[in-house]
Design a protein around this ligand. Structure first.
Ligand code: SF4
Length: 351
């Protein structure tokens, strides 16, 4: 497949085609991914997001990788939904240290309607600081998604985690279809979608291919695609899982870049265990977003200043947040998103 063909936006991938990308010689795959990356992005800029846990632990779900599930004894300290002032304080620090997006995560199966006024106030106040906003609160009803969108939420994160086939090995308390429905509500409400998955959970390459196939075959590619490496937390059922070959992780990033050329591919959880060379290789493969904070919800992340030192050595700079869009530009974007959402709604109904 030529680099030009690879850069076309497609939504009709077969697993065989995705596996063929995975099986390219490593150097060819990285080169092709870098060519596509350069066509759509500044290759020397990386977008920075900060993630704050706004409600920690005691989650009723059984995701086998997650220290926040109430079903596993991980010694995690639970915290109720944070007060708005604490969230704003953290957002100000994130902005001052160079983040352009502030992500707020709550360990819920889905939010209660009674929590919505508080989280929408958080969204409004964080946006007023000039930051993009993202939330991950579990499954959303249509109405809840509309409330978040009305408050101005830019992104909603909801991961597919893995392939449809492997999913049942990892989570039993909600279905793949539940996840697709939440993504559909998010898109229909006019918000941008952040959806990716976790690798290194004992899945096979065909599952990594299956995850990327599901994401790329959505009617509209997620604007943000986090690729997480499993963080093995003692007390969770996946604590003893075997390490994934680091080159396979880089391959997953490169294939995501080829299949979703215009999406931000985020080098997400697991960065703490990656050396600098591996992170540099991930940027080469097309990753162009990271979490930039000391903690990812509950697991450690590289210190912000070590990230800046690495960026300096690699000649990478943080991507600035374009706050200077005119109203007309914002309206045109919203119009486009809503048009796409209409097509999405038809697709999800058909599915
Ligand atoms: S991943 Fe989310 S839904 Fe699953 S147990 Fe953890 S907090 Fe709950």
């Amino acid at each position: 497949m030529s680099a030009q063909e690879e850069s076309q936006i497609r939504h009709d991938w077969t697993r065989e085609q995705v596996l063929a990308l995975f099986k390219q010689p490593f150097n060819d795959l990285l080169f092709n991914a870098q060519v596509v990356h350069r066509r759509h992005f500044n290759p020397n800029q990386v977008q920075l997001s900060t993630l704050l846990s706004i409600k920690t632990g005691a989650c009723p779900e059984d995701c086998k990788y997650c220290p926040q599930s109430a079903r596993y004894d991980t010694g995690l300290e639970k915290e109720k939904l944070l007060e708005i002032e604490a969230v704003i304080e953290a957002a100000k620090i994130a902005k001052a240290s160079g983040s352009s997006r502030f992500c707020m995560g709550a360990a819920w199966r889905s939010p209660h309607d009674r929590d919505i006024p508080k989280v929408t106030k958080m969204i409004r106040e964080v946006k007023a600081l000039g930051l993009e906003t993202c939330m991950t609160l579990g499954m959303l009803s249509e109405k809840q998604a509309d409330h978040l969108a009305d408050a101005g939420l830019d992104y909603y994160n909801h991961n597919l985690d893995t392939s449809k086939e492997f999913y049942g090995e990892v989570i039993t308390t909600r279905t793949y279809q539940d996840r697709l429905e939440t993504l559909s509500h998010v898109r229909n409400a006019g918000m941008k979608v952040c959806a990716g998955g976790i690798v290194g959970m004992g899945e096979e390459q065909k599952d990594r291919a299956g995850l990327l196939m599901e994401l790329a075959n959505l009617p509209h590619h997620p604007e943000s695609v986090p690729i997480n490496m499993l963080v093995k937390v003692a007390g969770t059922p996946l604590a003893e899982e075997q390490d994934l070959d680091p080159f396979e992780f880089i391959r997953t990033i490169a294939v995501a870049r080829l299949m979703m050329p215009k999406s931000y591919v985020r080098l997400s959880a697991g960065r703490e265990e990656m050396n600098e060379q591996m992170q540099a290789m991930a940027f080469m493969a097309g990753a162009n977003s990271i979490f930039y904070c000391d903690k990812l919800l509950t697991t450690p992340n590289p210190k912000a200043n070590s990230d800046m030192q690495l960026f300096e050595r690699l000649g990478i700079e943080p991507e600035p947040y374009q706050v200077d869009k005119t109203n007309a530009e914002q309206e045109a974007e919203l119009h486009q998103t809503l048009l796409e959402a209409k097509t999405d709604a038809q697709f999800y109904r058909a599915g």
